[in-house]
Design a protein around this ligand. Structure first.
Ligand code: LLP
Length: 424
């Protein structure tokens, strides 16, 4: 991020954010293509010493243009629903590089996966048995991995820790070997891999070493029972630095240094060569987007409130996880931070707070704020709550600008709604 001295405007992806807001309106998500490509390439470089694949977690950002960029970079995808599968198909991510995850897949979703030969991460014994039946009906093999609950604690917000013993995800660690033995006997099931995902926004990569040790212990146990795997998928979760001065985010290289020694030791000692898969979402797209929002009112009350036109309808992370996102004033970037403000959205709920107690330059109605690091779980978790059409999204690259999602209109609020004849 840089500023242009003469105007004091925020420049993002080579484009003047204030000009973009004037031209396309607010609120506005803006994504920098270069940042996505760089973040993805850092993963490729970090894992280049082993046969690997990087499956982008589509839940973080399902925009087709962004998926298209990742497809061109060679990404596969972690999908969590038939809808996300549709997104990756539309973006041209090859289906042999897709893993269908999820703890509650419908029979239709399982059927579609088997028909398309998309590999499925099985989350329960119940699902394994259903999948065997589905394979019989479809007349094709179901290629599977089993989602392991490795019982490790990643030290993150409990809402985004997924590998704890108490979590709803995966099959308990102690039951994994028996589940694979059952899978090996079931008709229509082809065992391909093993999978885990321990949590999100992980800043201490030590926990990956622990998870990898547990997973590779299982790989060895399976090998001893005559079950060989084509891939080991260790999930995503690498954190990013939302509070620049407080948090140092680990890099893909740090992640690789935690995982690879353990991975390589086991594969070498067993004489096996499974592919290593990782499923990053946030660390690829998180830092690549900003949300630009206009100030509608400034008010001195219990606090000095700044009311902007984007709330938890467009960015739910602060409300849902007490997440911190840095806020800057996009048209006064270099002005001294002189006031303590609380930045709130337009939603009719007291909890609609985007940023609490932040020192910012003095602002007034009409000024623009940019909320940083919103590329992951930002737009993808948005809603139309309070009758607010979703905003537009732009892609910028070295100053060139493309609209990658048009702004919804009020008509979109009533699309698919029906007033029954008798009420007309
Ligand atoms: N693989 C699986 C199976 C997952 O469940 C997830 C995220 C990922 C990969 C990608 O994790 P990442 O690299 O993005 O951390 N909405 C929350 C995050 C939920 C994460 C859910 N699973 C947030 O805004 O912090």
């Amino acid at each position: 991020m840089v500023t242009r001295a003469e105007t004091d405007h925020l420049i993002f992806g080579g484009a003047d954010v204030v000009e973009l807001a004037e031209r396309y309106g607010t609120p506005l998500y803006i994504t920098d293509e270069r940042s996505i490509r760089t973040n993805f390439r850092n993963y490729k470089t970090a894992f280049q010493s082993v046969d690997h694949a990087i499956y982008f977690a589509v839940k973080a950002n399902g925009n087709l243009a962004i998926l298209r960029i990742l497809a061109a970079e060679g990404a596969g995808a972690d999908v969590f629903s038939g809808g996300e599968l549709h997104l990756v198909r539309s973006a041209g991510i090859p289906l042999h590089k897709v893993l269908f995850n999820g703890n509650s897949k419908s029979e239709e979703e399982l059927k579609e996966a088997v028909e398309l030969k998309v590999q499925v991460s099985v989350d329960s014994l119940d699902e394994l048995r259903t999948l065997s039946e589905v394979a019989g009906e479809v007349g094709k093999e179901a290629e599977i991995a089993i989602r392991v609950n490795p019982d490790v604690s990643p030290n993150v917000n409990p809402k985004i820790a997924t590998g704890l013993r108490t979590s709803k995800f995966g099959i308990p660690y102690s039951e994994i070997l028996a589940t694979y033995e059952e899978a090996a006997k079931l008709p229509g099931i082809a065992i391909k891999g093993i999978h885990c995902h321990i949590g999100s926004q992980i800043l201490d990569v030590g926990v990956y070493r622990e998870a990898t040790e547990k997973m590779m212990g299982l790989v060895k146990g399976l090998y001893d029972r005559g079950i060989e795997l084509e891939f080991v998928d260790l999930g995503g979760g690498l954190g990013i630095s939302y509070q620049k001065e407080k948090e140092r985010a680990p890099t893909p290289k740090d992640l690789a240094e935690a995982i690879l020694p353990v991975f390589k030791t086991t594969t070498k000692s067993q004489g096996i060569t499974p592919k290593l898969i990782v499923e990053p979402g946030r660390s690829i797209v998180g830092p690549a987007s900003i949300l630009v929002s206009k100030i509608n009112a400034v008010k001195k009350a219990f606090k000095h409130f700044v009311a902007i036109d984007a709330g938890f309808n467009l960015l739910i992370r602060p409300v849902m996880y007490d997440a911190y996102h840095e806020v800057v004033v996009a048209n006064k970037l270099e002005a001294p931070a002189s006031e303590l403000y609380t930045v709130v959205g337009p939603i009719c709920e007291s909890g609609d707070i985007i940023a609490k107690d932040r020192m910012l330059p003095e602002v007034k109605r009409g000024d623009l704020v940019a909320i940083l690091d919103v590329g992951a779980y930002g737009f993808s978790m948005s809603s139309q709550y309070n009758g607010r059409p979703r905003c537009a999204e732009l892609l910028v690259c070295d100053g060139a600008v493309d609209v990658i999602r048009s702004r919804e209109r009020v008509e979109d609020l009533i699309r698919n709604q029906v007033i029954p004849e008798r009420l007309r």
